[in-house]
Write a protein that binds this ligand. Structure first.
Ligand SMILES: CSCCC(=O)C(=O)COP(=O)(O)O
Ligand SMILES: [Mg+2]
Length: 261
């Protein structure tokens, strides 16, 4: 078996979700279709609620920022007179969400709405999150060895908690010391990793980040974070250069903690 020693200075393991702890297929074939199939009905049912209106405001702000992009879908501003036709705005929000999802955008606005929509599905037991079988045993072992374990995903913190709280392995939220999402910054920007270290109260070189996306690994590395690229069934392929450059693991069990020997 391949073994990747964890540097002695590492005390925090930071985990990506999609493609790292959880199959991409679960996100693409179960979570995302749920949004596309239910977004219109969800907006119609919850339109008058404060949370839904906040989600729409954030999406509208994002749509304004995106207006220069090819194919961008605008969301009309509310006149504030209460005479707007909600069905027209709802359809614009639906079209905007579908456009963003077709591009797999990771905007905070999209991720916030998705998290709120998944809440009902997880709570009703209609969806259970899948984790690769090596994830839970490895995380338990790391924690026993004194490591802290944090999550950093483009999925909102609320969505992350739904996944870890309602998994096929049961409620595994207690295995996580904390969560970060795009509110701390985007995963392809090095500054996000500096902010995460500062929020945890450690140095960036105390962190080992596991992800399937080399652009994220590169940004983390630029901030002096240790990285390993996770190769899982269904993940995007890596170039030969990437395979040579990065430390690769196919299972969390391949990480070797000298302190736990
Ligand atoms: C954790 S919520 C569902 C996944 C999701 O919406 C997403 O964008 C996953 O991105 P990641 O950064 O975990 O690869
Ligand atoms: Mg990922």
């Amino acid at each position: 078996m391949v073994v990747l020693p964890v540097p002695a200075e590492v005390s925090v393991i930071l985990l990506d979700v999609e493609g790292t702890t959880t199959p991409i297929a679960f996100v693409k074939d179960i979570l995302f279709p749920y949004i596309k199939e239910n977004v219109k009905e969800y907006l119609q049912t919850h339109w008058e609620e404060e949370e839904c209106q906040q989600d729409v405001s954030l999406l509208r702000k994002q749509a304004e920022e995106d207006s220069h992009l090819d194919g961008a879908v605008p969301i009309p501003a509310s006149s504030g007179s209460g005479e707007d036709d909600p069905q027209r705005t709802i359809q614009a929000v639906v079209d905007n969400v579908c456009w963003q999802m077709a591009l797999d955008r990771k905007t905070t606005a999209l991720k916030q709405l998705q998290g709120h929509m998944w809440r009902a599905a997880f709570a009703a037991g209609r969806v259970k999150a899948e984790f690769f079988e090596d994830v839970v045993p490895a995380v338990r072992k790391w924690r026993e060895a004194g490591m802290k374990v944090y999550i950093y995903s483009s999925g909102s913190v609320e969505a992350q908690k739904l996944l870890f709280g309602h998994s096929t392995e049961g409620d595994i939220l207690e295995l996580v010391d904390g969560h970060f999402d795009t509110k701390i910054g985007h995963k392809v920007e090095s500054e996000s990793y500096r902010r995460i270290a500062s929020s945890i109260g450690c140095s960036t070189n105390n962190i080992l980040f596991l992800t399937d996306v080399t652009l994220e690994a590169s940004a983390a590395e630029e901030a002096d974070v240790h990285v390993a690229v996770v190769v899982r069934p269904g993940n995007a392929g890596l170039t030969d250069d990437e395979k040579t450059y990065y430390s690769l693991i196919t299972s969390f069990s391949e990480l070797y903690l000298p302190s736990s020997a």
